[in-house]
Design a protein around this ligand. Structure first.
Ligand code: NAD
Length: 395
């Protein structure tokens, strides 16, 4: 046992500490959203790659607590050691495991580098016990990848073709600034595709096929993002967007492969912008998200990862559902974000955003609170003056 008072230590777009009880409450709230969704239908076994935070965590919770799937997650988190607390993702999963156990459900985790052959083998071994998978969710957001040959590839966030200068937000100084980012070279573009493109998703599915671990009719979904014109130069038309295009193209190849091999399907779902550790690191996105959140809350259409994923299973990829696809064959969970009237209103506000007026012109308070909540802080009902158990195992 190790009881500690945990203080927030937030530095720009990361937090150096995480509050175990705050993370546990977040997970319980997400489970409640799943419970209230009135889900019917059953999934046998689900594999979620990137299961500890954001969209992957939501996918694992919906699979396990909504559809009763025996759920195996893969993530890369720091386990608490002696008196040293772990990361938020670890505490999220500690609570998810505890709840699953309490309800007699199966939720297991392999904590390690999902790109590595070792972790892939551990998953194969676990699935021999749990059974072939009916669902594979691919939700990694990683800064780098060591491939099977030992080569390290880094993901960069840069424009392609010409430098980018545009509005940005300094999370540390809480100031609207202008960012200038040089254009990526060919090596940086290729390297980002290696990390965030479709190759590793494809490796996973090929491995599961080769091992006979994809159940008949198995479905796989990977997540993508498009976003507005405002962030296009740095996101969708930049290095990351290039990688997402590769992921989306890979989805078509994998769809044909799964159809032929097991009568299954593979899709890419374009999700909406939400507050996660991955999105906080993208220039301009925290500011864009703050404005977006204000407008979507005003319209009653605001969603976080759990609401998006409940909707994805219900309307598109869950048992008995078939997705509605856009002209490029993608699921568009970002439909509400991309509504023309919302985008036009954001573009108008964007022009005039300054350090002096951004709090009034956006829901920055909401963004900041959601950001703190990612790490278990700012969670209503949690007593932050009380010591909390930091040694929480994944039982
Ligand atoms: P996140 O940072 O919350 O989660 C990333 C997950 O990947 C975590 O579980 C982490 O442990 C895991 N991970 C990272 N590196 C790993 C490694 N080497 N091995 C094993 N696990 C590893 O990210 P997120 O925002 O939920 O993003 C997930 C996916 O959704 C990404 O493809 C992202 O592009 C996409 N997406 C995100 C947004 C957004 O606004 N956040 C919007 C649309 C789509």
């Amino acid at each position: 046992m190790s009881l500690q008072v945990i203080e927030p230590r937030i530095r720009g777009f990361i937090s150096l500490t995480a509050h175990p009880e705050g993370c546990a409450v977040n997970v319980r709230e997400q489970r409640e959203v799943v419970r209230q969704a009135g889900i019917t239908g059953h999934i046998g076994t689900a594999l979620v790659i990137g299961s500890s935070t954001g969209y992957g965590l939501a996918s694992a919770l919906v699979s396990c607590f909504g559809y009763g799937a025996e759920t195996l997650g893969v993530c890369f988190e720091k386990e608490p050691e002696e008196s040293k607390p772990g990361t938020a993702g670890w505490y999220n999963l500690a609570e998810a495991h505890r709840l699953a156990r309490e309800e007699g459900r199966v939720f297991e985790t392999i904590n390690g580098d999902a790109f590595s052959t070792e972790v892939k083998q551990q998953v194969v071994d676990a699935l021999r016990r749990l059974g072939p998978v009916d669902l594979v969710i691919y939700s990694l957001a990683a800064p780098r990848r060591r491939d099977a040959t030992g080569t390290i590839w880094n993901s960069t966030l840069k424009p392609i073709g010409r430098p980018y200068t545009g509005k940005a937000f300094d999370l540390r100084g809480e100031a609207v600034t202008e960012a200038s980012i040089e254009a990526a070279n060919d090596e940086e573009i290729a390297s980002t595709v290696k990390v965030m493109g479709g190759e590793d998703w494809s490796d996973w599915l090929e491995l599961l096929l080769a091992e006979g671990l994809l159940a008949p009719g198995a479905r796989s979904v990977a997540y993508s993002y498009i976003g507005p014109e405002l962030t296009a130069a740095i996101y969708r038309d930049g290095t990351i967007g290039h990688a997402k295009e590769h992921l989306e193209e890979t989805g078509h190849t994998l769809d044909a492969r799964l159809k032929a091999a097991v009568g299954g399907d593979a899709w890419v779902s374009v999700n909406k912008a939400v507050v996660t550790q991955a999105s906080a690191a993208i220039p301009a996105v925290p500011l864009y998200l703050s404005v977006l959140m204000k407008l979507m809350k005003e319209r009653g259409t605001h969603e976080g990862p759990i609401e998006q994923i409940v909707r994805m299973f219900r309307d598109h990829t869950g048992p008995g559902a078939m997705p509605t696809l856009d002209a490029k064959g993608r699921i568009r969970l970002d439909d509400l974000e991309m509504q023309p009237d919302i985008q036009a209103e954001i573009a108008g506000i964007w022009e005039d955003l300054t350090t002096e007026n951004f709090r009034a012109q956006s829901d920055y308070a909401g963004y900041q609170s959601d950001f703190h909540r990612l790490f278990g802080f700012d969670v209503p009902g949690v007593d932050y003056t009380a010591a909390t158990e930091v040694n929480r195992p994944l039982v």
